[in-house]
Design a binder for this molecule. Sequence first.
Ligand SMILES: NC(=O)c1ccc[n+]([C@@H]2O[C@H](COP(=O)([O-])OP(=O)(O)OC[C@H]3O[C@@H](n4cnc5c(N)ncnc54)[C@H](OP(=O)(O)O)[C@@H]3O)[C@@H](O)[C@H]2O)c1
Length: 328
Amino acid sequence: MKYRKFSDLGWNVSEVGLGCWQIGWSWGDIVSERDARELLKKAVDKGINFFDTSDTYGDGRSEKFLAELIKSTSEKIHVTTKLGRRIRGTNYPRGYKQEPMEEFIDRSLMNLGVDCIDLLQLHCPPSEIISKKETFEMMDEIVKKGKIVNYGVSVHKISDAMEAIQNPNVKSIQMVFNIFRQRPAEVFFKEAKKRNVAIIVRGPLASGLLAGKIHKETKFAENDHRNYNINGEAFDVGDTFSGVNFEKGLEAVEELKRLVPDNFSLSELALKWILMHDAVSVVIPGAVNKSQVQMNANVPDLENISYLLPKINSIYDELIKPEVHNRW
Ligand SMILES: NC(=O)c1ccc[n+]([C@@H]2O[C@H](COP(=O)([O-])OP(=O)(O)OC[C@H]3O[C@@H](n4cnc5c(N)ncnc54)[C@H](OP(=O)(O)O)[C@@H]3O)[C@@H](O)[C@H]2O)c1
C-alpha cells in the first residue's frame, strides 16, 4: 500500500480506501455478516486505513460493522461518515439544518461507537444548501460542540464542489471520477490543490462496469440500484454506472479491454488511471467480498500506465464524452 496526505489534517491515508455502501444495502443480495467482517479485516491487513460510510447505508448497518472494526483493530484507521439524507421525500433538504443534523450525528456516534467523528461529510446536499454560507457556519458551530472534528462535502456536480470549497473549513470533497467521468481533472482538481482540499474519489469502477465482468445479459436483482436506479428513479443517476448509458458503457468497456496489459485486470487499470492523478487523496472502491478488496488494494504497487492515456482518452472522447462530460 502507498499513502498520501489528506488536506492539512496530518493524516496519511492509503491511496486505496474502502467504500462501505456495499456492506449496507442496495447491491442485490445483502453481503452477509461474515463476509462483511472478513472483507473489513482483509482491508486492514492490506494496509487500507480509510473507510467511507453513511448513516443511510443499510440504515446504519454499515456504520455498525465499522464500529466493530474500530474496536477490534490496533491500527490507526480513519472512518468517515456522510450525513444529511435521512429525511425521505421532497422535504429532504431539511436534513441539512442544525437540529436534524445534530440528531443524525448523535445516532452515528452510537452506531460507530465513538465519542467524536474525525471527518463528517455532508451527503450530497442540494445546490441551494451548498451555496448558503449558513450551512458552513452551522458546521463550524457543531465542530465547536466537540462531536465532530472536521467536515467535508460529498457532491454530485463539479459546480457544487467549486461552491463548497469557497468555505475555508471544508477539508474534503467526495466526487465521482473515473475513466468514464473525466471532467473533474479538467476543471476542479487544480482548484482543490490550490486550497489544499482533499479529494475522495467514489464510483471508481462505475458501479462495477469498469471491472469488465458485466455484460448485456447480466441481470441485476430488484434491490440492486443497477436495476432500480438505472434511470435515476431513486437518486442521482450519476451514481449508477456513473450515469453512462448501459449499452454505450459496455461498448467502451470492450474497447478498453483491448488495452489491458498482461499483468493487469480491467478493474486494476481503472483504479490505476485514477491514482495517476496526484490531486486525488484516496480512491474508495466498494467491494462485496474479500477478494475484491485484496485485488483493489494491490493497485498502488502496479506500474504506471501513462503510455495508455492517449488510447484511453480517445475511447472516452468517442463513446462517453458526448453524453456525460458536461452533465455533472
Ligand atoms: N452520494 C455519495 O456520496 C456516494 C454515492 C455512491 C457511492 N459512494 C461511496 O463510494 C463507494 C464506491 O463507489 P460505488 O459504490 O458507487 O461503486 P464502485 O466502487 O465504482 O463499484 C463497486 C462495485 O464494483 C464491483 N467490484 C469491486 N471491486 C471489484 C473487483 N476487484 N473486481 C470485480 N468487480 C469489483 C462490485 O460489484 P459486483 O461484484 O456486484 O459487480 C462492487 O460493489 C461506496 O461504497 C460509497 O462508500 C458515495
